[in-house]
Design a protein around this ligand. Structure first.
Ligand code: MG
Length: 423
């Protein structure tokens, strides 16, 4: 299974979904997806000469070569080169599983389950903003095409005016409650909201300190959501690394009565000691990991007490390192709830890996507002996510779907290559 070519395409959705396509000498094609980063496809194309002509089944060795090639650019610890490698690696696994004619989960030890629980990220209550690769609000170009700027898009892709402008808008508890109810009605048994809500009580955007009224406000949002969905739906909240340990602990105390599944990323990811202070003192379980890349980093997090639920992002870590991280977590009886903001390509790859992880809790889905999310998958009967679960199919090799390239083309980033098409 010789690697003949590696191509890329970027879909402009709520984030940039960067798709890698590996083409082999036996006409087998594999798809993978990378977590977004500025300049990402340039990195993938720079790495490509190291792979052409190689046996695409030697995946661990090839990824080691790629990591070593990026060592002086920091690939030992994280960042854009590992994002690129993660997408290439997934495409190789997809191609190899297709070559063997087996579903991907067979290559990682087989399934503990084939029905994968999905949790819905509900963002900040009102639909998703679309963010560029440097997390700047944007309106995707395809929205402005004739006939597609109807209310639906404007509601669901409302471009935000930035933290300060947003902060002046009153927080609408009813909107949070209604959104939670709608997501529950879609069949999801777990959902997540942002806890770092821009609000009028915020005194300083940068000092990581929460005032009393801010804590009360966040707690009132969680209370409204809990009342809306009842006790049979799990709720998590995400702090996006914004708070000091002290503020995070006070927030955890305030939301404790509402039985949260976890509180995510309370403090900056680069200080394990700050995280450990929170985990020691918080009654709400602390989840973290989407900004950690390697088993060594997760080992440090675990043994220093900085983590209670592991949330690696497999479009950053890659699948094999993701499995190693999950096994490490299992050694300490820590559950794994992978972070995921992908298109169906990355989501299906992650779902297959989740099937093989005994300590799996739930996989994120961040695309419930993206109108064409399901449309991007070919070779699947009906919706991929049904009643809050992905049911893996033993009969479908690889990640189980192909990319609908014609649909992807309609929502492509115009300043990026689209595989080998002239754009
Ligand atoms: Mg998060």
């Amino acid at each position: 299974m010789e690697i003949r070519d590696i191509q890329t395409a970027v879909i402009e959705a709520n984030y940039d979904w960067t798709i890698v396509k590996v083409i082999t000498d036996e006409d087998i094609i594999g798809y993978g997806e990378c977590f977004f980063a500025p300049g990402l496809t340039k990195v993938i194309h720079e790495l490509k000469p190291l792979l052409i002509g190689e046996d695409g089944r030697d995946i661990d060795r090839l990824c080691r070569l790629l990591r070593e090639a990026g060592a002086t650019s920091g690939s030992g610890t994280g960042g854009i080169i590992l994002h690129a490698i993660a997408g290439i690696e997934t495409a190789l696994w997809d191609a190899y599983a297709k070559w063997l004619d087996v579903p991907l989960f067979r290559l990682f030890g087989g399934a503990f389950r084939k029905r994968i629980r999905i949790y819905a990220d509900c963002h900040a209550g009102e639909g998703l903003a679309s963010l560029s690769s440097i997390c700047t609000p944007r309106i995707p170009w395809w929205m402005s095409r004739s006939g597609e700027t109807e209310n639906f898009y404007e509601i669901h892709f409302r471009a935000h005016g930035g933290l300060k402008e947003e902060a002046q808008e009153p927080v609408n508890l009813q909107a949070y409650a209604e959104r939670a109810k709608r997501v529950k009605e879609m069949g999801y048994t777990a959902l997540k909201f942002d806890a770092d809500i821009p609000n009028a009580y915020m005194r300083d955007e940068f000092n990581r300190c929460l005032d009393n009224l801010e804590i009360d406000l966040i707690a009132s949002v969680v209370e409204a959501v809990r009342e809306a969905v009842g006790d049979d739906v799990d709720i998590a909240i995400d702090c996006h690394w914004r708070f000091s340990p002290e503020s995070a602990v006070r927030l955890a105390e305030a939301v404790y009565p509402f039985k949260l599944l976890w509180l995510e990323d309370p403090t900056p990811p680069d200080s394990i000691d700050a995280l450990a202070q929170v985990t020691r003192r918080s009654s709400v379980p602390i989840a973290t990991g989407e900004n950690h890349y390697t088993r060594q980093q997760f080992y440090d997090l675990i043994v220093r007490g900085g983590i209670q639920i592991a949330a690696p992002d497999f479009q950053k870590t890659g699948l094999l390192e993701g499995k190693r991280i999950a096994d490490l977590a299992e050694t300490f009886a820590i559950p794994v709830a992978p972070h995921n903001i992908s298109s169906p390509i990355g989501t299906m790859a992650s779902a297959h890996l989740c099937a093989t992880i005994p300590n799996f809790l739930a996989l994120e889905h961040h695309g419930i507002d993206v109108p064409f999310w399901e449309e991007l998958a070919l070779g699947w009967d009906g919706p991929i996510i049904r009643d809050g679960y992905i049911e893996l199919d033993e009969e479908k090799p690889g990640i189980g779907i192909e990319l609908n390239e014609d649909a992807a083309y309609r929502y492509r980033r115009k300043d990026e290559p689209f595989f080998d098409r002239l754009v």
